[in-house]
Write a protein that binds this ligand. Structure first.
Ligand SMILES: O=C(CO)[C@H](O)[C@H](O)COP(=O)(O)O
Length: 292
């Protein structure tokens, strides 16, 4: 099968390689000419035979919108666009409608696997109409991990990115739980080798997981994580998960707390704890510390 692939960064570049290894033809475009097979989207579209399939793998939001808009002007009725980035699921319906007005199909694909996906495969959570999804099966089969799982047609347009968003919310909370346990173990004198405690958990325990394996990798590289600053960014999916929880009145205390922990990591000092300290001092005369 032929595929156009837009965005050849950490994810897209490895996906191009994995799809090619499965025997398909991939024409890739990236703004970086060193990575790109073609000079622009027009050349990419021209180089594919109709009906064309073009996979978009660029950052969510404005970048994805701009590529979808441009593709809408270049593709023809019968072609299909796949958004495999971490787009907000509410954008999918809009993109599907815009493209459907021109007879172009739209599929959303949540992709998990990170930089390890080239060798291990990418888990795929897909949304869209069956006729569009079915056309892409050879590409999904090339990308997915070997074995029976790692692929789902989760539902209609938006269902793929909604599922990936919830996956990322779970990822936030799991990482936060490992991080909290690690900090507590590091704090006490009685535990003398925290890294080996983590390593021991990799087999036989209730909490073994790939994230735990990655935590052990990180501790092998830097046993007490001394080289890192305790600062974590977020790309939006945790926020969208919490917003969806509010929209649906579903309580998500663990995921919400893990998102807020990242916000706290970006503060040099805590304005709210200044207020707590001030109030304790006001009502109880409790000691406070001066600002540095
Ligand atoms: O989708 C992913 C992993 O599953 C991406 O790595 C994503 O960037 C992680 O989310 P965040 O940047 O908010 O931590």
């Amino acid at each position: 099968m032929q595929l156009g692939l837009i965005g050849l960064g950490k994810m897209g570049g490895n996906m191009r390689e994995r799809i090619r290894r499965a025997g398909h033809t991939v024409v890739g475009y990236d703004r970086n000419p060193d990575l790109s097979d073609v000079s622009g989207l027009a050349e990419l579209v021209e180089s594919l035979q109709a009906p064309r399939t073009v996979w978009v793998m660029v950052p969510a939001g404005a970048a994805t919108q701009s590529v979808v808009d441009e593709l809408g002007g270049l593709l023809e009725a019968g072609d299909t666009v796949v958004d495999g980035g971490n787009s907000r699921w509410t954008d999918d319906e809009k993109h599907a409608e815009e493209l459907a007005a021109k007879g172009i199909g739209f599929v959303d694909a949540g992709v998990s696997g990170g930089v390890w996906g080239l060798e291990n495969g990418y888990a795929l959570m897909v949304g869209g109409e069956k006729e569009h999804v079915d056309r892409l099966r050879p590409i999904f089969d090339a990308l997915k991990p070997e074995g029976p799982y790692g692929y789902v047609h989760a539902g209609k347009v938006g269902a793929g990115h909604f599922s990936k968003m919830v996956h990322n919310g779970i990822e936030y909370a799991m990482m936060q739980a490992y991080a909290e346990g690690w900090e507590l173990l590091e704090k006490v004198d009685s535990v003398t080798d925290v890294r080996e405690v983590f390593r021991s958990w990799q087999e036989g325990t209730v909490i073994r997981s790939w994230l735990l394996d990655l935590a052990v990798n990180a501790l092998d590289e830097d046993e007490h994580l001394d080289k890192l600053r305790g600062y974590a960014q977020d790309s939006g999916e945790g926020r969208w998960t919490v917003e969806a929880a509010i929209d649906n009145a579903v309580p998500l205390p663990a995921i919400t707390a893990s998102l807020f922990a990242r916000f706290a990591s970006r503060q040099e000092d805590s304005p709210q704890m200044k207020m707590i300290a001030a109030l304790r001092n006001q009502f109880g005369g409790h000691a406070v510390e001066s600002a540095k």
